[in-house]
Design a protein around this ligand. Structure first.
Ligand SMILES: *Cc1c(COP(=O)(O)O)cnc(C)c1O
Length: 362
C-alpha cells in the first residue's frame, strides 16, 4: 500500500532531533511563549526574508489575526479565490467582513492581477492571494493592483513554505503580510496545530503579538480585546528542528512531480511540471475528465489519493446564502482535480508505481 501521505515516514528522518528537542523543553520549560518560540520566529522570518514572524495557534488564526490587525471588519470586502481550502474564507467571515469569491485562472488555478483588479469595489480592503498547492501567485502583478487600488495584499502561504520567486524572494515576503500553517501535513509540519504571520510591517507585528496573547504584551496590561492564539514551545522546538530540511524536502517533492509530469505527457491527464522553486508541490494535483476511472485504478494498485477540494466553500452549507458571481472554473476544477502521493518520503520505487498507473490510465 502506498499511502497518500505518510506522517511517520516524513517525520522519521527528524525523529532523534525532535525527541531531543522535546526533552529539552520538558527539562527546562517554559511551555508557553519562551525561547523556542522566539528562536523559531527569528529563524522563520529569516527564511522568508521578512522582518517579523509571529507564531500563532493555526493557519486560520494567522489569517484572521492579520485581518483583525489591519482593522478589517464589518462593511469591508476581501477578495478571495473561490477554489481554496475553506479556512481562507472563514478568516474573512471571522472578522465580520464579506468574502468576495473570484474564479481563478483556469490554467494556473490561481488568482491573477486581472481577476483581482476586476473584483475591486469601493468597499474592498484586501486581496488574499492563495499560493494554492504550493505555487506562487503572480505577486509583482498583484502588488501593482494593490498599490493602484489602495488595498492590502495578504498571502495565504499555508501551502507554500519556502516557495521562491526567480528573483530569490520567498513566500511570506511578497505582500503586506502572510499567513502560514504548520498543520502536520504541510510542507513544514508540527506535531499538532501551529501557524505564523510574517510581515515587514512593525506596527502589524506588534498588534498581532498583542492580539495572540489576550491583548497583552505586558503582564496584567490589556490594551485591546485579544484572543489566546499562541504557538506553543513544544511545537516551536519541533519546527525549529525541521526547518533546515525544508528546501531539500521541497526539492524532493518537485522531483516526484517531474516524474509524474513525464509519465502523463501526451495523455489525457494534465499535470504542469513545477516551475522551478516557485512551486513547492504541497500537493501534486493532476486534472482529468476521467477522474473516477483514475481513482479506481489507483485503488486497484493500492495507491492512496485525495481531492483538494471536492466541494468548494460556496457549495458548503456554511456559505449558503453568500452572494457570489458565477464560478464555472472553480466548479469544473472541483470535478476534475485529483491529488496523488508526492510527500518527500516517497521512495523511487513507489514514485515509479504511481507514475505507471498515471501513464496507463491517461
Ligand atoms: C491548511 C490551510 C489553511 C488553514 O491552516 P490551519 O493551520 O489548518 O488552520 C488555510 N489556508 C490554506 C490554503 C490551507 O491549506
Amino acid at each position: 500500500m502506498i499511502a497518500f501521505y505518510d506522517l511517520q515516514a516524513v517525520n522519521a528522518p527528524h525523529r532523534d532531533a525532535v525527541e531531543s528537542a522535546i526533552r529539552r523543553v520538558l527539562d527546562t520549560g517554559p511551555f508557553i511563549l519562551g525561547p523556542n518560540v522566539e528562536a523559531f520566529e527569528a529563524a522563520f522570518a529569516d527564511l522568508c526574508g521578512a522582518d517579523h514572524a509571529v507564531g500563532v495557534a493555526s493557519g486560520l488564526d494567522a489569517l484572521t489575526l492579520i485581518l483583525r490587525g489591519y482593522g478589517i471588519g464589518e462593511g469591508d470586502e476581501v477578495i478571495v479565490p473561490a477554489n481554496t481550502f475553506i479556512a481562507t474564507v472563514l478568516a474573512v467571515s471571522a472578522v465580520g467582513a464579506l468574502p468576495v469569491l473570484v474564479d481563478p485562472d483556469p490554467d494556473t488555478m490561481l488568482i491573477t492581477p486581472e481577476i483581482a483588479d476586476a473584483a475591486v469595489s469601493p468597499r474592498t480592503r484586501a486581496i488574499i492571494a492563495v499560493h494554492l498547492y504550493g505555487r506562487l501567485c503572480d505577486m509583482s502583478g498583484l502588488r501593482s493592483v494593490a498599490r493602484d487600488r489602495r488595498v492590502l495584499l495578504v498571502e495565504d502561504a499555508a501551502q507554500a513554505h519556502g516557495a521562491t520567486t526567480p528573483d530569490g524572494e520567498r513566500a511570506g515576503s511578497l505582500g503586506d503580510a502572510a499567513a502560514f500553517s504548520f498543520y502536520p501535513t504541510k510542507n513544514l509540519g508540527a506535531l499538532g496545530d501551529g501557524g505564523a504571520v510574517t510581515t515587514d510591517d512593525p506596527a502589524l507585528a506588534t498588534r498581532i503579538r498583542r492580539l495572540r496573547n489576550y491583548g497583552s504584551t505586558t503582564k496584567n496590561v490589556h490594551a485591546v480585546v485579544g484572543a489566546n492564539s499562541r504557538l506553543d514551545e513544544l511545537q516551536a522546538a519541533v519546527l525549529l528542528t525541521k526547518l533546515p530540511a525544508l528546501d531539500v524536502e521541497n526539492a524532493r517533492r518537485r522531483r516526484i512531480a517531474l516524474t509524474y509530469a513525464e509519465a502523463v505527457r501526451g495523455t489525457s491527464i494534465s499535470l504542469e511540471p513545477p516551475t522551478g522553486a516557485a512551486h513547492v508541490m504541497h500537493l501534486c494535483v493532476v486534472r482529468t475528465s476521467r477522474r473516477a476511472a483514475l481513482c479506481a485504478a489507483l485503488d486497484a494498485a493500492e495507491i492512496g489519493w485525495a481531492i483538494h477540494y471536492p466541494v468548494p466553500p460556496h457549495r458548503q452549507d456554511a456559505y449558503r446564502g453568500l452572494e457570489h458571481s458565477p464560478l464555472p472554473v472553480t466548479e469544473a476544477l472541483a470535478r476534475s482535480v485529483l491529488s496523488v502521493p508526492a510527500h518527500p518520503a516517497l521512495g523511487e520505487e513507489e514514485t515509479a508505481r504511481v507514475a505507471e498507473v498515471l501513464h496507463r490510465v491517461g
